[in-house]
Design a protein. Structure first.
Length: 304
């Protein structure tokens, strides 16, 4: 059996690892993730990243700009898979880096880390196409259930994939959620992965059909009650790569440049050094010379 370092090098080249290797990797990742809190404590300096969505060569571009692991600490705020051409290689590389350098990379769950969503938006089909069976998909979705629902950086920055919930007013309430399940259709766990900030007062109905819209007053109340300075999240495409909301109380970070290979957006990562010192890095999609094209196939419906 090749070593984990050898597997990482193959995954960095966007090459497959065997089903047996995936099985062992996922088992180790579940063991590691099971020991982490629903709100995992993370120390600065750390680089916060938004959605990746299977855009493998753009993930490599992210590492070029932000520094490689283990030289840089990373916190990825979910949505590793779906829509991009290389969800398998993207998620397995991040998982392998997590197992190899557990203190250098934190992975939290996004709304696409779900059995139901991945059967619609591409990851399931990709696993089937690349491995011939759904077993790798089953292994990866089992890992999804173990991923943390959030992280807290220096007790100052709360990181979640989506946003807040009307059913959650304290971090301790998040810590009490039983997360080792498929993402529910409603309730606090669903809201953390699906909600969005909006220019409203209080709570609103989300056009996504899951989670809520929340206003500045909600964010202020939550941050004051929990003594956090910033609520960082991903989940929404931002053409400029990042966006501050509510007088720099809520931050959206988006890390998939030229999303779906057609949106024309730039991507961003957020470097936080502690004590309020921070920096954004903006990057573009990998150039044609730096990416391998997938085999030509009819585009699935979620690209149309």
């Amino acid at each position: 059996m090749p070593s984990l370092d050898e597997q990482i090098e193959r995954l960095r080249r966007c090459e497959f690892i065997s089903e047996t290797e995936v099985e062992q990797l996922c088992f180790k990742a579940r063991e590691l993730s099971a020991e982490e809190s629903n709100v995992q404590a993370v120390d600065s300096p750390v680089t916060l990243c938004g959605d990746i969505h299977g855009q493998f060569y753009d993930l490599k571009e992210l590492f070029k700009h932000g520094g490689d692991i283990p030289d840089t600490n990373y916190l990825f705020m979910g949505d590793f898979v779906d829509r991009g051409h290389y969800s398998v290689e993207t998620f397995l590389l991040l998982l392998a880096l997590k197992v190899r350098y557990p203190d250098r990379i934190t992975l939290i769950r996004g709304n696409h880390e779900s059995r139901q969503i991945t059967q619609v938006y591409g990851f399931y089909d990709e696993c089937l196409r690349k491995y011939g069976t759904s077993y790798v998909w089953q292994l990866c979705t089992d890992v999804f259930d173990y991923l943390s629902l959030g992280a807290i950086v220096d007790n100052e920055i709360l990181c979640v994939h989506g946003g807040l919930s009307p059913n959650v007013s304290t971090l301790d309430q998040i810590r009490l959620i039983d997360r080792r399940i498929e993402v529910p259709h409603d309730g606090p766990m669903c809201d953390l992965l699906w909600s969005d900030p909006d220019d409203i007062t209080g709570w609103g109905i989300s056009p996504r059909g899951a989670g809520y819209l929340f206003g500045k007053d909600v964010a202020e109340s939550f941050s004051q009650a929990n003594k956090v300075n910033t609520i960082a999240r991903a989940h929404q495409l931002v053409m400029e790569g990042y966006k501050w909301h509510f007088d720099e109380l809520v931050l959206t970070v988006w890390s998939a440049p030229n999303y779906c290979y057609r949106c024309g957006n730039v991507a961003a990562i957020y470097e936080y050094y502690g004590n309020g010192h921070k920096n954004f890095k903006i990057f573009n999609a990998a150039g044609a010379d730096d990416r391998k094209l997938p085999t030509r196939e009819a585009p699935p419906e979620y690209f149309l």
